[in-house]
Structure formats: structure tokens, C-alpha cells
Write a protein that binds this ligand. Structure first.
Ligand SMILES: [Mn+2]
Length: 304
């Protein structure tokens, strides 16, 4: 019976690369593991899979009656429907609310990327990583750590990239990152709804639903023409019953975020980040990571 390896909803490069890499590890260990994903590839992930010669994993949004291994998440809300038989978890986020009926392999570390954790598990088991698998793992770590600039990045992530890039034969990881950034930040002609959902997550903050999206850009100018439409689409999301909808326009080169805010209580959001809203947004210098720099101050402001 196949076991399905799945990353979180709205798949990013790490959740897809982790699923493929972990399935390849489990296959080498004799498990019939199949990588799947819960939605279409984003442009960055598409570039990465194309470059290293992988077809897109099958999309699976319901796992009724199936055994699943979770990579890059452990929250029920981030998983496919009917996730009742979780047999392994490998992650780098805070521990979520998934439960199991029996003891399982559950391995999470506070590093910048799930692929960094998977690299370690490969080594622990003495299993060689295929060249093309090492390629997508390298790309995933560069993506999740924003080329080592994110505060979530650890020395372990840097060492993992060194090891994996050597296996994959990648001479210039900066060039790979810039190619990914260009693919990711190309927004010309992309419908606003797609931009909004490209990297979007809902959070529960003391009973309040708070949506946070992020778009990483080479420069903020890239989003100037869609800013007003983004705000309108965020209004629509808020009207669906959310307390607040935040959208991070992150300038990867300047290392900061123009934070767009639609909220029932704008003052609360201002107090969370110690900045004033002007024209619906505020510049947060140094803000790069939703997980580490946007969610925790918000949780604190909401009294979580
Ligand atoms: Mn990740």
C-alpha cells in the first residue's frame, strides 16, 4: 500500500521539494512512498522542478483511507481533507495540532527549511541523495531562507546548501536564487486573486481569523500597479469573516516589508509592529519572515 508524502496547502518550493526528497528517501528505505501536493505549483517551484527535471507531483486534496507523511507542516488546517492516518512528520515550524493513534516518527527542528532537516535524515540513514533531488533541496533552502537573509536561517541551513549544491553540481547558488526570485516576483499579467493566494495562510489569533499573505519582490515598484487592486481583494477576504487581512510586500534587496493592512482594528496592528499606517500600509524595516517577524508580534497584540 502506498504512503503519500504531502506538504502544506498553497504549496511552496520547500513543501514540494520536501515531499519529493522525503519520498525518495523512504523509497530507498523500501517504502512505497509517493510525493503529492495540495495545489498547483507556484512559478518559482515550477522553475525549480523544470530545471532539475521533475514532473509536478500529483495534486491530492483528500486522503481518506490513505497513510500520509507530512512534510513542512503539522497543522490540521494546513493538511488535506480526511487526514486520519498520519504515519510520519518532518517539519521546521511550530508543532501543530495533528494527533495520531499510535507512536510515529516525528522530527522537527528550528531551522530555516524542511529540506535541511531531510538532508540530516538522509545522512543519519547513510543514504546517498540523487543529484537532481539535491538540486531541488538546495533551491528549497535558498527559497525558505531568502538566500540566507531570513532570520529563520541557521548555520545548519548554510552547511546543508554547501553539501547539497556540491552533490547537485551547482556552482553559483546566488545565481540560482536570483533566477528563482525573478520567476517568483514576475507579476505582470497575473490575476490579483492569484497574487493574493500565492503564499497565503490563515491564522487563529484568540478566536479571530487573521489572513497573512506575502509576495517577495526584487523591488517594490514591481507591485505599484496592482497595489490598489490587492487592497480591494483583501477587503473581500476580510468580508468573508476575518478580523484582519495583512499582505507583506517584501523587498528582498532592501530587506524590509511594505505591510498592507485591512483590519477591524487598525490600531491593534499598528501597536503590534510599532509603526503608523499611511495610505493603508506601513514600512517595516528588516521584516522578511511571516513566521518569525509578522505572526509572533501579532499573536502578542491579540493576547495569544
Ligand atoms: Mn518550509
Amino acid at each position: 500500500m502506498s504512503v503519500y508524502v504531502v506538504g502544506h496547502k498553497n504549496p511552496d518550493t520547500d513543501s514540494v521539494a520536501s515531499a519529493i526528497a522525503y519520498a525518495s528517501l523512504k523509497k530507498a528505505m523500501g517504502v512505497d512512498a509517493v510525493p503529492v501536493m495540495q495545489g498547483a505549483l507556484n512559478p518559482e517551484s515550477q522553475l525549480v522542478l523544470d530545471r532539475y527535471g521533475f514532473a509536478a507531483p500529483e495534486i491530492m486534496t483528500d486522503v481518506a483511507g490513505k497513510k500520509v507523511m507530512l512534510v513542512d507542516f503539522s497543522d490540521i488546517a494546513q493538511g488535506p481533507a480526511n487526514m486520519a492516518d498520519v504515519v510520519e512528520v518532518v517539519d521546521h515550524h511550530k508543532i501543530g495540532d495533528v494527533t495520531t493513534n499510535s507512536p510515529i516518527f516525528f522530527y522537527a527542528k528550528p531551522v530555516g527549511c524542511t529540506c535541511t532537516v531531510i538532508n540530516e535524515i538522509f545522512k543519519t540513514n547513510g543514504i546517498a541523495i540523487a543529484k537532481n533531488v539535491a538540486g531541488i533541496m538546495t533551491a528549497a533552502i535558498l527559497s525558505d531562507t531568502v538566500n540566507f537573509k531570513s532570520p529563520t536561517c541557521t548555520p545548519e541551513d548554510k552547511v546543508a546548501v554547501k553539501e547539497l549544491a556540491a552533490i547537485a553540481g551547482i556552482a553559483d547558488t546566488n545565481a540560482l536564487f536570483m533566477d528563482m526570485l525573478k520567476a517568483k516576483s514576475a507579476i505582470d499579467g497575473v490575476p490579483v486573486k492569484d497574487l493574493l493566494y500565492r503564499d497565503y495562510k490563515d491564522f487563529d489569533m484568540k478566536g479571530n481569523k487573521v489572513g497573512i499573505g506575502q509576495l517577495e519582490l526584487a523591488t517594490l515598484d514591481q507591485a505599484a500597479n496592482v497595489r490598489a487592486d490587492l487592497m480591494k481583494a483583501m477587503e473581500g477576504l476580510k468580508a468573508e469573516g476575518r478580523h484582519s487581512v495583512l499582505f507583506m510586500l517584501t523587498d528582498v534587496v532592501k530587506e524590509g516589508t511594505d505591510l498592507l493592512v485591512i483590519s477591524k482594528d487598525p490600531g491593534l496592528i499598528e501597536s503590534a509592529f510599532g509603526a503608523k499606517l499611511s495610505n493603508g500600509s506601513m514600512w517595516c524595516n528588516g521584516m522578511m519572515s511571516r513566521k518569525k517577524q509578522t505572526v509572533p508580534p501579532l499573536q502578542k497584540a491579540f493576547g495569544c
